[in-house]
Design a protein around this ligand. Structure first.
Ligand code: MN
Length: 289
């Protein structure tokens, strides 16, 4: 099973030095997957990244969220077009890196919207995603739509809303991406949404209620891991955490990372790895009861 760590645990930028550092530290902490946030794919040097990743036995995934000027759920055709180009560029990068997953808020901007989504905007989003999903399928890359809280999108804030979107989208190469940080804000509990998503769940983010050390907040991880075990989830699981100690110019401000919740990336990553493995193992023994 792929157990991953978000690159921003280690570095705020993903140039040669940033990818070098994140790959080495993720591998040292025990992970076999590194998630790269490709928010600006046109400035990403894939050849340099390949060299950075070569010494390590790491799979790669990516997550992103659109900016407003590449929002495919917009009614502005220029933004929709820019968003499709961005997604296609990311797919090319991921194909070069032999990645199997593109997840995150790929269906809208990662943004606090000041009004509800419009039907025309949702239709634009679906039209783009169908074409991108076809291309991704050719590369063997699965798409996961991340359900996030109301302050980060106006399209899907609960698993049920995500499933309704997927049903209308109707594409076999697109599934759901659940994140415990967002679920803790929006869902009624951490168990039922996982059961409801069983057939569609393709990607998971593990994050604490304040995005710091796992186990130091209010997320009900025990029930979440029991639910994953119940549905036999075997897809990737990635630890996601942010602190003002490591800053990405694009992502940190959008996510409201104003506080310093940790300052030792190596310790944080290692603790999270062992936390996730222990929770999975505990849930796995329930069948012996
Ligand atoms: Mn997430």
């Amino acid at each position: 099973m792929l157990i991953g760590c978000h690159g921003l645990v280690f570095s705020g930028k993903f140039d040669r030095e940033g990818v070098d550092l994140s790959a080495r530290m993720a591998a040292e902490a025990g992970y076999n997957l590194l998630e790269l946030p490709l928010l600006d794919p046109f400035s990403f040097d894939v050849e340099e990244a390949k060299k950075s990743l070569k010494p390590f036995d790491l799979s790669i995934s990516s997550s992103m969220g659109h900016s407003l000027d590449s929002d495919i759920s917009s009614e502005d055709p220029d933004a929709v077009k820019a968003g499709e180009e961005k997604l296609n560029k990311i797919l090319e990068i991921l194909h070069e890196l032999e990645s199997g997953y593109l997840a995150g808020v790929i269906y809208s901007a990662l943004n606090k919207y000041m009004q509800p989504a419009t039907q025309a905007g949702i239709n634009n989003s679906m039209d783009v995603l169908r074409r991108v999903a076809d291309r991704a399928e050719g590369y063997g890359i699965k798409l996961g739509l991340e359900v996030v809280n109301r302050y980060e999108t106006n399209i899907m804030n609960t698993a049920r809303e995500g499933l309704a979107y997927l049903e209308k989208l109707d594409h076999p190469n697109v599934g759901l991406h659940l994140d415990t940080y967002h679920m803790n804000i929006e869902e009624s509990d951490m168990f039922q949404p996982v059961l409801d998503s069983a057939d569609k769940l393709v990607y998971v983010h593990i994050g604490e209620s304040h995005r710091g050390y796992l186990g130091s907040g209010t997320v009900d991880f025990d029930n979440f891991f029991k639910a994953l075990d119940r549905i036999g989830y075997s897809g990737p699981m990635t630890f996601e955490s942010f602190s003002s100690a490591v800053v990405s110019p694009q992502l940190s401000s959008m996510l409201g990372i104003w506080r310093n919740l940790w300052d030792d990336s190596a310790d944080l990553a290692s603790q999270a790895y062992h936390f996730m493995v222990a929770k999975r193992r505990a849930a796995d023994t329930i069948k012996m009861h």
